[in-house]
Design a protein around this ligand. Structure first.
Ligand SMILES: Cc1cc2nc3c(=O)[nH]c(=O)nc-3n(C[C@H](O)[C@H](O)[C@H](O)COP(=O)(O)O)c2cc1C
Length: 371
């Protein structure tokens, strides 16, 4: 075989191997619409119960851990539990964000129940953020005329890219602040506190990206491959992190935990955050009167009510919680922005031209239930 023929053959083999590899690779992001319906159902839920729990589970949570589970007492009577295995000790050591996320879940649940003509009777059971049993819920037929439109629950999503700097209209701010200016604070891009929040968000991300415990925890909750996404149905996927195109293909097929711990991944995150904060209409801060379980749940519910209103107005919400998670940035926050009450949510906001579809994954309802 002469040299040219040999090179031709090896070149051809490499090309075939390349095409085969590509054909077998994860070619597109695994998204919510790819989840298959569950067929092996354990506990018999009524259709109403299943629907209510599905909608409740579409609530947001830090790293999409979905830190809730349901103790099924009897039909339409449940206890919402705090799932310890889904805590994030490195960024949320007191489970503050866990309880806020459970609050958002409860808000979705109540709206979903309302849509099916039930009212909810709540009974708080938890005294601390760590108690397993959080809330006893009974659903009772209501006969109300008004039904909440649950489309907003299905369509809600976190949007991290392409927020416009255009100012929010006064009527949109009014709708979102919802007559609660002492709890929902809008910081427009013209305010001094806006610059402070932008700078400190970058700083907090710089600190957190180089804090190994936090980075390790993040790595544990990233589902790079479609295989992992389908297996776990939680966490952050390339799709939910808005990594598309060739970059999406590369991370789906070649990235793993060791990449997250490497310098270039950490630096890329900081660069990304700098780009993100450079463009927005402002920040919504949600405060609470104190950090009791009751008020954290209320605050999670309040955040979710706001979040469910934005899509209709083409407004994006991007929670950026790192300032609160890093003591170095948290300690100076209240004094610098002139707010006394504890800040529970920091939400970047702005209009977007094209609202992307929701893609983050959720575990199936049957995996939430235990007796
Ligand atoms: C308490 C809490 C904290 C969050 N912190 C962040 C954050 O710092 N950065 C971020 O990009 N998203 C953050 N999120 C958004 C979640 O990552 C998101 O809700 C989750 O991945 C599910 O996606 P979805 O909101 O599109 O359904 C947070 C959400 C909650 C409820």
């Amino acid at each position: 075989m002469n040299r040219r023929k040999f090179l031709g053959l090896t070149g051809g083999s490499v090309a075939i191997a390349g095409i085969t590899y590509y054909a077998l690779s994860d070619k597109s992001n695994f998204v919510r619409a790819d989840l298959k319906p569950v067929t092996n159902v354990n506990i018999q839920l009524t259709a109403d119960e299943r629907h209510i729990l599905y909608l409740a589970s579409l609530a947001p949570s830090g790293h999409n851990t979905q830190p809730w589970s349901i103790k099924h007492m009897e039909p339409l009577h449940w206890i919402i539990c705090n799932d310890k295995s889904k805590w994030l000790p490195a960024v949320d050591p007191t489970q503050r964000e866990t309880i806020l996320s459970i609050g958002a879940f409860i808000q979705n649940l109540e709206y979903a129940a309302h849509n099916l003509d039930y009212r909810c009777q709540f009974n708080l059971m938890a005294n601390t953020n760590q108690d397993e049993k959080v809330m006893d819920i009974k659903m009772i037929r209501s006969g109300d005329q008004f039904r909440y439109n649950t489309n907003s629950i299905v369509q809600r999503r976190t949007v991290r890219s392409n927020l416009l700097s255009e100012a929010l209209k006064t009527e949109d701010i009014r709708l979102l602040v919802d007559n609660e200016p002492d709890l929902i604070h809008f910081i427009p891009s013209t305010a001094k506190a806006y610059r402070y929040l932008n700078e400190q968000t970058i700083e907090a991300n710089r600190v957190q990206s180089y804090r190994d415990a936090a980075q390790n925890e993040l790595a544990d909750w990233i589902r790079f491959s479609n295989n992992d996404a389908e297996k776990y149905q939680d966490g952050l996927t390339p799709g939910s992190m808005e990594i598309e195109g060739i970059s999406g293909w590369v991370v789906r097929n070649f990235y793993g935990k060791s990449n997250v711990m490497g310098k270039s991944f950490r630096d890329q995150n900081i660069d990304q955050v700098e780009k993100q904060v450079a463009s927005s209409a402002g920040w919504f801060l949600i405060t609470s009167k104190d950090a009791s379980v009751t008020n954290l749940i209320e605050t999670g519910r309040r955040m979710q009510r706001l979040f469910l209103k934005v899509r209709d107005k083409n407004i994006a919400i991007h929670p950026m919680t790192q300032i609160l998670e890093e003591p170095y940035t948290h300690q100076g926050l209240n004094a610098s922005i002139g707010i006394n009450d504890p800040v529970q949510f920091i939400l970047r906001t702005g209009y977007v031209k094209d609202y992307p579809e929701p893609v983050s994954l959720r575990r199936p309802v049957d995996r939430l239930i235990h007796s």
